[in-house]
Each structure stands twice: as C-alpha cells, then as structure tokens.
Design a protein around this ligand. Structure first.
Ligand code: HEM
Length: 492
C-alpha cells in the first residue's frame, strides 16, 4: 500500500476530500445531501469530541520521562524496575488539581495530584500520588461525600465554604491535611517545585515472600516554592493555566525537572508498636525514626505530542502494580484499588489499557476479547486456559514454574466482620497537626492563619466554632490565632 500523502486532506476513511468549505447541495442554494459522507462524518465526530472529564483531578498537565535506579534495594524487592543501579524505565506523569473542572485555575488552593506510570518489563506500575503525605479521611466509604463538599452545590452550582468546612469540622481526622492545605503548600508555584508522596503504606516483597512496610517519597530537586494566597488569586485571573505552561515551557527549553525517589522502611514487627494505625493515611511516619533511604531519580524530559491522546486518555491506578510491590489493608487504598479501573472503564471504555499511552511495553497475553474499541484481540489460539490442543494457550507463572513463585507478601489477617468506625477518640488524631504547627516558621504560621481565616471566616458561627475547637486541640496557639484572626476580620 502506498503511504498516505500528508498534504492531501482526507475523510476519516482515508479518501481525498474534494471540498472542505462547501457541503454537497442540490443547486447553489439547495438542501444538503445525506450522501455527503465528509460533512456528516465531520459533524458527527465533532458532536462526540468530549469524553467525561475525570470526576476528580480533572485539570492536569503531563510529561514523559524515566526512572533511574541509583541505589541497590534488591534485598527488599524483586520488582525489576527497582533493581540494578543505572537501570532506566520509561515513565509518564500527570500532575493535577483535585476539585476544579477541566478549565479551572491551576493555582486554586487544593492538593496536587502527582500520578506516574512506569512502563516496566513486568507490566505497568502506577504510583498515583499527591503532593501531600496525608489525606483528609481514612476510609474510602467517605470519599464520595467528601468530594461532593468540595464541588459545586447541586442547586446554585456555586462552591460553598459552609459545606466545605461543615464536612471537615464533622470529620476532624482531616485536621492534619487541612493544616497542610491551608499553608502555602496548598498553592505550589510550579509542578516542578513540589514533592510527591505515595501516602499509603505499601509492602516491598523479596524473593522469599518476606516483606517490609514502606512509604515512597519523591523529593523535588528544583527546590520547593509556593505562592501566597494573594499571588495565587491574581494568577488564577491572569493565567489560569500557569502551572501547565510552566511545566511545558521548562521541558521545551531542555530544563528537565527531576525528583529524588526514596523510601521509609518499617519492619513488620513495628506495626503493633506504633501509637497509631500504620495503614491510616492521615498519619506520617517520623523521619527520625524511619529515615529516608534513596532509591532512584525521576526525570521528565519530553512534552506530550498530543494532549488529548496522552494526558487526557492516561489512566492511572494504584491496582496497577508489579511483582515485588504489594498493597496493604489500608481502608482508603482498598477502595481506590476498585475505584480507578472502574472509572476508567466508564471514562475511556473497557479497553482503556489498549490505548497507546496506557498499554504496557510487554506483550499482553490473556483471554480477554472484544468490547468497544479493541485493538488487541488475540486470535489463533484457544480462547480459554488449560487446553491440550497443539497450539496451547498461555499459562500462569505458577503453571510454567515447577518452583513456587512468590509475587506478594502473604500476611495473616483475621477478625470479626463488621463496620468499624474510626472515631476521633484520642489525641493522636490531633498530635501530628500540632507538631506540624510547631515546626512552621513565624512567616508560615502567619500565612496559615491568614489563609484559614479568609476562608473559614465567611462560614456560619456553629461550623466556625467547631473547627476552631479542633485547631485548639491540635495546638492551643494555632486555634487561638485562627479565632482572633477571624474575629478581627469580621469586626471590620
Ligand atoms: C484521580 C478516586 C484518594 C490521588 C482519581 C479518580 C478517581 C479517584 C475516581 C479519577 C481517575 C480517572 O478518571 O482517571 C479516589 C478514591 C479515593 C482517592 C475513591 C479514596 C478512597 C486519593 C488519594 C490520592 C489520590 C489518597 C493520593 C495519595 C489521585 C490522583 C488522581 C486521582 C493523583 C489523578 C490521576 C490522573 O492524573 O489521571 N481518584 N481517590 N486519590 N486520585 Fe484519587
């Protein structure tokens, strides 16, 4: 077949377009003919250009890059992409805000998403992270409710600070994340100048199936930089795509951003000695007790060629993991393992993993077939496992290896079924927010108080006073200063 002539406009079935400016009509002023395939196809395709935006993290920017292993952790994990100093694995990242729509401002106060897809030799491994090490809640059953309070009111279609703070005040396990969000870390000056945190506790698993608990950290090499609330507000009006542009322009100029990747490692025996549940994502592990061990360097060095195909159609999930990395009983993580592929099937269709940006670099060999938009419909072999026919179907790892293959860290789990609420019963839920307050510089404390007062100050008294009680429980100065700042602002 001769290659297409890129100079000639074609219909979507590849035939040359005769006229792209006038439709096929009966006479100069006559009605349009249904036989004008190009017109119908052009209009019909345009009518279907939009896909559902992400239900959260709708506004984002992406880039290609790689992970390079810098330190040996072969004693901790069999994951091949984390083994072998100097080993490089291609990667794709998508940074995002959380609550806003696709066209919303990049500088809104929000956590930032930091989702990475590693195209490894053992299949794709996704790290779906944020720029904060903790989260607002610790059970996925609260996630839809929490997100509803950050989105628009169903009647007015407006954002409402009363709803925003009402949820947080009634779910004070959020206090740690609220303290980070309302510091200037809630308005980073650049996607390049913020850290990434896996947040959840994971397991790294060795070749014998022994595991350690770990937390992954991505630390920016560009230096951290945040905006003040005033700067962020101004930029939201002047250039709502400020962070998107900053990332694109720097990569285009060859100034490639990079992050140091490291892990905190905890022995399984420590789990029950900790003063809090190590699977609770509202808590961090002390770096003094669990120091960071360097693992790798993460570099971004190429802009996407096509925003829609690469950034919009990218689909990350914490359930996309490779042997040597395993999940934990974290109630948030467990909910996320279901939610991401579920939303991808809705947003992109059941064959979303066959799209070029999402498909693994290794062959995908299974018995899935059909569904909308299937590119890869394996044929020529039996379409079921365990056949004795000549051209046998693929087998599982265990069937192919006489020796038992260990891919996950087996853990003993037992208990009585039930709904176990995690009420705010102990000071431990406020302790880390208080410690964070104590660590802040005077300037950062001023900004935190100013940022909270500007938002919480417009809420109803009942919500305000409950939330101030939580700030006081984290640290008396923290609460009193917020209280005074609101009283002062409201008396003017
Ligand atoms: C995006 C659900 C918590 C980080 C999303 C999406 C859903 C979702 C449905 C849209 C995905 C898409 O359309 O492709 C949930 C649920 C959570 C949760 C149910 C809690 C139970 C978290 C946490 C983090 C996080 C704790 C970070 C540690 C992200 C990121 C994205 C995202 C970075 C954007 C991914 C991208 O760029 O495509 N989440 N999420 N989420 N979530 Fe979560």
């Amino acid at each position: 077949m001769s290659p297409p002539n890129a100079d000639t406009l074609t219909t979507s079935n590849g035939t040359p377009v005769t006229d792209n400016a006038s439709s096929l009509t009966v006479g100069a002023n006559g009605p349009v003919l249904l036989q004008d395939f190009h017109l119908i196809d052009k209009l019909a395709h345009f009518d279907r250009e939009r896909i559902p935006e992400r239900v959260v993290h709708a506004k984002g920017a992406g880039a290609h890059g790689y992970l390079e292993v810098t330190h040996d952790i072969s004693h901790l994990t069999t994951a091949k992409f984390l083994n072998g100093i100097g080993k490089k694995t291609p990667a794709f990242v998508r940074f995002s805000t959380v609550g806003g729509e696709m066209g919303s401002a990049d500088t809104a106060r929000d956590p930032r998403g930091f989702a990475v897809k590693f195209y490894t030799e053992e299949g794709n491994c996704d790290f779906v992270m944020n720029n904060t090490p903790v989260f607002f809640i610790r059970d996925s059953i609260k996630f839809p409710d929490f997100i509803h309070t950050q989105k628009r009111d169903p009647r007015t279609n407006l954002k409402d600070p009363n709803v925003f703070w009402d949820f947080l005040a009634n779910n004070p396990e959020s206090i740690h994340q609220v303290t980070i969000l309302f510091s200037d870390r809630g308005t980073p000056a650049s996607y390049r100048k913020m850290d990434g945190f896996y947040g959840h506790t994971l397991k790294l698993v060795d070749s014998e199936g022994k595991f350690k608990y770990v937390k992954f950290h991505f630390t920016t090499e560009q230096g951290k930089e945040n905006l003040t609330v005033e700067e962020a507000g101004k930029l939201a009006g002047e250039n709502p795509d400020f962070l998107t542009q900053d990332l694109f322009d720097h990569i285009e100029k060859g100034e490639y951003p990079a992050w140091k990747v490291s892990i905190q490692v905890m022995e399984p025996e420590d789990k029950d000695k900790m003063p809090f549940d190590i699977f609770d994502i509202t808590k961090v592990w002390s770096k003094k007790q669990y120091p960071l061990h360097p693992v790798a360097r993460f570099v971004l060095n190429k802009n996407p060629d096509n925003y829609f195909c690469e950034v919009e159609q990218s689909a990350f999930s914490p359930s996309h993991i490779v042997p040597g990395i395993d999940v934990t009983p974290d109630k948030m993580l467990q909910g996320r393992l279901f939610s991401y592929p579920d939303t991808h099937r809705h947003r992109l269709g059941p064959n979303y993993l066959q799209l070029p940006i999402n498909r693994p670099v290794v062959p995908v060999v299974n018995h899935q077939r059909g569904g909308f938009m299937a590119f890869n419909n394996p044929g020529g072999r039996p379409n079921y496992p365990d056949s004795n026919l000549e051209d046998a179907p693929p087998k599982s790892l265990e069937q192919n290896n006489p020796k038992k293959v260990v891919t996950h860290g087996a853990e003993k789990v037992y208990g009585i079924t039930g709904n176990y609420p995690a009420p705010i019963k102990e000071d431990i839920d406020f302790y880390q927010a208080g410690e964070l307050w104590k660590l802040l510089s005077d300037k950062d404390k001023d900004h935190l108080v100013h940022n909270i007062a500007g938002h919480l100050g417009s809420c109803k008294e009942s919500i305000r006073s409950l939330q101030i009680k939580h700030f006081k429980r984290a640290h008396p100065d923290y609460g009193s200063r917020v209280e005074e700042a609101i009283a002062k602002a409201n008396s003017n």
